[in-house]
Design a binder for this molecule. Sequence first.
Ligand code: ADP
Length: 672
Amino acid sequence: MKNTNSLLHDSAYKLKAIMNSTTEGIVLIGTDYKILSFNKQAQKNAMLVFDKPLREMNDFRVYFSDNEFDNFVHLTQKVFEGEHLNHEAKMGDHWFHINYYPVYDDDDNLLGMSISAHNIDERKNAEEARRESDERTKITKDTYEGIFNSLTEAIYVHYDDGVFVDINRGAEKMYGYTKEELIGKSPSHVSAPGLNDLEALKTTISKVSETGVSQRIEFWGKRKNGEVFPKETIINKGKYFGKDCIIVTARDITERKRAETAQKIQFSIAKKIHTANNTEDFLETVRDELSHLFDTTNFFVACYHPEKDTLKPLIFRDEMDNFDEWPASQSISGQVVKLGKTVYLKGDEINTFSLKYNLEVLGTDSACWLGVPIFIQKQVACVMVIQHYTNPNAYSDFDVTLFELVAHETGIYLEKQKMIEDLISAKEKAEESDRLKSAFLANMSHEIRTPMNGILGFAELLKRPDLESADRGDYIKLIEKSSARMLNIIDDIINMSRIESGLMDIKLSKLNINEPIEYTYVFFKPEVEAKSLRLLVHTPLPAEQATISTDEDKLYSILMNLVKNAIKYTEKGVIELGYSIVEKNGRAFLQFYVKDTGIGIPEDRQEAIFKRFVQADIEDKMARQGAGLGLAISKSYVEMLGGKIWVESKEGEGSVFYFSLPADARADHTAS
Ligand code: ADP
C-alpha cells in the first residue's frame, strides 16, 4: 500500500505526465495568482510571448504590465466564481485560443484555475490574409471604375470580334457619344472614313493579340458631331471578365498636331524671309502656310501712310471686296495702327467696336475679323488682317497667337526689305552724285575757261598799239563782262560749298520787301530792254505792311537769280516779278513769283533743276551759260528762311517760279 504522500506524489507526477502529453500549454494558478504548475508547452508559449520562463510559485503578475494584469484579473473573476471561459487573444505577436477552468479539490474547495492556451497563429494569419485579399478585391473593383473613368484618355475594350464591350468617360467625352450608344458598335463608328488605313490597323491588332506586345499608332477619329481629329492610340492585350481582349487607350492629339504644324509654318516663313523674290511672293507664302491651320481666303497686309493717314495694301486677297487705298481714321484696320495692338472681333463685337471708335465699316460685313499690327523700328508700319464672312468662330485663340507671331516675322521681312531698298537708294544716290560731280567739274572747267579766254584774248588785243579808242572801250567792257561772269561762277561755287558744309548762316534784319524787287527791276531793266522784252513788277503792299524780318542778302540773291534765269531762257514776251499774301494752315506767307514767257521746263525735269550740278548733266541745247548751281542755292536759301520753292511750267509757253517766306514776322503783325 502506498501512503498518502506517495499517492499525492504519484498523482502530481501523473498530472505532469498528462499535462506534458498535450499540445496545449497549461498553467495552473492558485487563487492568489501564484503559479502552481505548468507544462512544457506552457513554458514554450511563455518564452514566445513574455520572453521570460515560468517558475512555480512565481506571482503570475510578473508576466504582465499593471494594466494587463488588471484586465486579466477582471476577466478571470468569473472563473473563480465557477465559470468556464474561453476566448481568442493576441499576446505579443501571437494568437492563442485560451480556456480558463476553475480547479477544485475533492471537497469542492476552489484551488485556483487552469489556463490552457493553444496557438492559433496559423488560422489567424490565414484569416487575416483572406480578409486583406477580400478588401483588396473590393478596392480593386472600386478603383478600377474610378481610374477607368477619371483618365482623360479614352479607353475602350473589345474582344476579337472588334465590338466595344466597355468604354470609359474619357471616350464618351472624346467622341461625344454616351457609353450606351457605343457599346456593341465597332470602332469604325468613331473612325474618320477614308483617312485611315483600316487593313494596317487590323494587322496591328492581330499582332498585339498574338504577341501581347503593345503597339502605338496615330489615327484619325471622328466625333458624333462629325468633327475629324487626330489621335494617338496604344493597343494593348488584356483580360476582360477572364477573356482575352484588346484594350485601346486613345488621346486626342489635335493640340500637339496644331503646335507641330504651327512650328512648321513658322519655320517655312522664317526660311522664306531669305528666299522670297519680292514682298508679294513672301506675303503669298505667309497666306499659303497659314492656310494649313485656318481659313485664309480673306487676307490682306496694308501699309500705313502717316502723312495721308491712309492704308494701302501690299497684298489684298478677298472673296468679296477689293480696295486700293482707304482712310485709316475710319477703318478697323486703322484702329489697329492707332492702338498698336491686336484687334480680334467676332459677330456683334464688330458693330460695338465700330460705334465705339466712330468707324465706317468699309467693305462687306464679316462674321469675324482679326488684325495684327506689324512693327518696323518700333513703329506700326503695316497691318495684317484675316476675316471670315460666315463663321464667327473661324479662328481660335491659338490661331490668334500664331497670327501675331507670323506678323512679327513679316515685320522682320519688311524691315529687311526696307533696309535693302535704303541701301540700294543710298548707293544709287552716291553713284548719281559722283556722276554729277564729274560732269560738274568737266562743265565747270568749260565755264571758267570761256570767260577766262575772253579776258586773256581781249587783254592781248589791248596790247596792240594801233588800236582805235572805240575798240579799246569795247574790249575793256568785254573783259569786265567776262570777269563779272567769272566772279559769279566763283561766288556760286563758294556759296554752294558753304551751304554744304553748314557754314552759311542767316543774318536777320527788318526789310521792306518792295526794295529788293525795285532794285532787281532797275538792275535788269537794261538787259531786258536789250533783248526787247518787257519787265513788270507787282508790289501790292505799302512799305509799312511789306516789312518782314529776313536775311536781306539771301532774298536779293534769290530774286536776282530767278530774274536772271527768266531773262536767260526767254526770247520774247514779258517777265513779271511780284508777290502776294497767302494763308496756309492758319499761317500767313508772302508768296513771291517770277513769271516768264520763255522756253519752259519739261515736266520730268521740274524737280531736278533744283538739285545742284543738274544743269551740267544735261545737254543744253541752247548752249546757255551757267553752272547749274543757281536754283540749288536759291532753294537752300529759301528753306533756310523757312519757306518753299517750286516751279509751274509748260514747255514752249513759259515758267513761273514761286517761293514763299513766312510773313509772321511782318512788322505790322509784330507790332499789333
Ligand atoms: P544755271 O546756272 O544753269 O541757270 P540754275 O540752277 O539757275 O543753273 O538752273 C538750272 C536749270 O534750270 C537751267 O540750266 C535750266 O535748264 C533750267 N531753268 C532755270 N530757270 C529757267 C527758266 N526761267 N526757264 C527755263 N528753264 C529754266
